[in-house]
Design a protein around this ligand. Structure first.
Ligand code: SF4
Ligand code: SF4
Length: 383
C-alpha cells in the first residue's frame, strides 16, 4: 500500500514551511530515506513560464528553498531545474524570473540548464503515438529526483501534479512536437506517463499551499488550499491531490493509465493517507476545469462514437483578445500546429481547421490574451 502524507501549511512563512515539511516527510520515512550524503539531488520544479509568484502558476520559490534546506541538512547536493513551456526561452532566465536564482544564491546551490545538457533518447512503450522520447541529460544525470509539482487544474488533462510535472524533463521544441503528435488528451496522457516512467522521481512533494483553480495551468485563479502533500509514489499523490480538489482520481487520464501500467497506486481506497484525513483536506467548491474532454468522460464511449459529429459542436476554442495582445509571438512560436498569425500590424488569426485544441497558446501567453471560447452547445453542457 502506498503512503501519502497530507499536512496543513497555511503560508509560505519559512519557519512554518520548514516544520510542515518535516512533518510531511517524517510520516513517509524522513528525508534520509530518499537522500544520502554527497548525492546530486535534482529539485524538479514547475517553472512553466515567467509568472508572478502570487499567481500560483509555478512552485513557490520559498517552498523550493525549504526542500533544498532539508536536502542540504542530509548532506546531499541540491540543484534546481526545469524546461519552461516556451521553447524559445532560456531556461535559466525563466528560473531566475521565478525567484529560484535568488534562493540558489542564498543557499550556494546551482540552477541546472536542461537545454544545454543535451538529450538522451529513450523508449516510450505505453503510448500509441511515438516510440521514443527525448529526455534532458541533466535530469537523468541526477542521483535522485525530487519532484516538486504545484497543485493546479489543466485545460487539457484536467489536473496537473506529480506525473504531469515530469513533462518538463523534455527539452525545447520537443514538447511542441509531442503536443502535435498527440492532440487527444488520452493519447497525450500516454506520452506523459512514458516520460514519468523514464524519469521516475524517488520523492514527490506537492506545493498545495496555494493552488490554481479554474482554467489552469496558467490562466486560472490562485486558491488557498493550505496543504503539503508528499509521497514516494507520484501516482498515489496525484490520486489524493485530485480527490482533494473534487475529482474522481481515475477521471484523471494520467493517473488511470499510470496505475494500469503498474507505475503506482491510483485507487484512492488502496492508499494509506497519513496526517490530515481526506475528508478534512477536501476543498469544497474548488473550481474544476470545464472542457469538452471532461464532458466526454461522462458519456459512454459507444454513445460518443455515435455522436462524434455532435462532439465537434461541443468545442472550446482559443481566441485572441486583441486588446490584451502585445504581439510578443510566444504563442505563434509554440503553437505545435503552426496555425497562429499574430502581427504588430494587428493581424490576428487562428486557423481553426488546423488547430488541435492543445491550449498551449492559452498556457503560455504571458498577458492572458488567449481566451477560451465555448461553442453554443458547449455553453449548454459545460458550466
Ligand atoms: S496572444 Fe499572448 S502570446 Fe500570443 S502574441 Fe499575443 S500576447 Fe503574445
Ligand atoms: S492555436 Fe493554440 S490551441 Fe490551437 S493548436 Fe495552436 S497552440 Fe494549440
Amino acid at each position: 500500500m502506498s503512503d501519502v502524507s497530507v499536512i496543513r501549511c497555511a503560508s509560505y512563512d519559512e519557519e512554518n514551511l520548514s516544520s510542515s515539511l518535516d512533518e510531511a516527510l517524517k510520516l513517509i520515512g524522513g528525508i534520509e530515506r530518499f537522500v544520502k550524503p554527497s548525492q546530486k539531488i535534482l529539485l524538479k520544479v514547475n517553472c512553466l513560464m515567467a509568472a508572478e509568484i502570487d499567481s500560483a502558476t509555478t512552485t513557490h520559490p520559498l517552498f523550493v528553498k525549504a526542500v533544498a534546506k532539508k536536502v542540504l541538512s542530509a548532506g546531499a547536493i541540491p540543484m534546481i531545474g526545469d524546461n519552461p513551456g516556451n521553447a524559445g526561452a532560456d531556461p535559466i532566465k525563466v528560473l531566475e524570473q521565478n525567484g529560484y536564482g535568488k534562493i540558489a544564491r542564498e543557499l550556494g546551490i546551482e540552477l541546472v540548464n536542461f537545454q544545454q545538457s543535451g538529450t538522451v533518447i529513450l523508449p516510450a512503450r505505453s503510448n500509441k503515438m511515438i516510440k521514443t522520447i527525448n529526455i534532458s541529460k541533466a535530469v537523468l544525470d541526477a542521483d535522485v529526483i525530487i519532484n516538486l509539482p504545484k497543485l493546479k487544474t489543466h485545460m487539457m488533462v484536467l489536473y496537473t501534479g506529480a506525473v504531469k510535472n515530469m513533462f518538463g524533463a523534455v527539452p525545447g521544441f520537443n514538447k511542441s512536437r509531442l503536443h502535435f503528435t498527440a492532440p487527444n488528451p488520452d493519447d497525450f496522457a500516454g506520452i506523459l506517463v512514458d516520460i514519468y516512467s523514464q524519469t521516475k522521481p524517488s520523492l514527490n512533494i506537492m506545493d498545495a499551499v496555494m493552488a490554481m483553480e479554474g482554467n489552469g495551468p496558467s490562466g486560472g485563479k490562485p486558491r488557498k488550499t493550505d496543504l503539503i502533500i508528499a509521497s514516494a509514489d507520484g501516482v498515489a499523490l496525484d490520486s489524493v491531490a485530485s480527490s482533494i480538489i473534487g475529482y474522481d482520481p481515475l477521471e484523471i487520464p494520467t493517473t488511470k493509465l499510470a496505475m494500469d501500467l503498474g507505475l503506482g497506486e491510483g485507487n484512492i481506497n488502496k492508499i494509506n493517507i497519513l496526517g490530515v484525513t481526506l475528508k478534512d483536506a477536501k476543498v469544497k467548491d474548488f473550481i474544476r476545469v470545464r472542457n469538452a474532454y471532461e464532458l466526454s468522460k461522462k458519456v459512454p464511449r459507444v454513445v460518443l462514437k455515435l455522436l462524434k459529429f455532435l462532439m465537434d459542436l461541443v468545442s472550446v476554442r482559443p481566441s485572441i483578445d486583441k486588446n490584451k495582445c502585445t504581439a510578443c509571438q510566444t504563442c505563434v512560436k509554440n503553437c505545435p500546429a503552426g496555425c497562429m498569425t499574430v502581427e504588430k500590424e494587428k493581424t490576428y488569426k487562428i486557423d481553426r481547421k488546423k488547430c488541435i485544441m492543445c491550449f498551449c497558446c492559452h498556457e503560455l501567453c504571458p498577458y492572458k490574451a488567449i481566451e477560451l471560447k465555448k461553442s453554443l452547445l458547449a455553453k449548454a453542457f459545460i458550466r
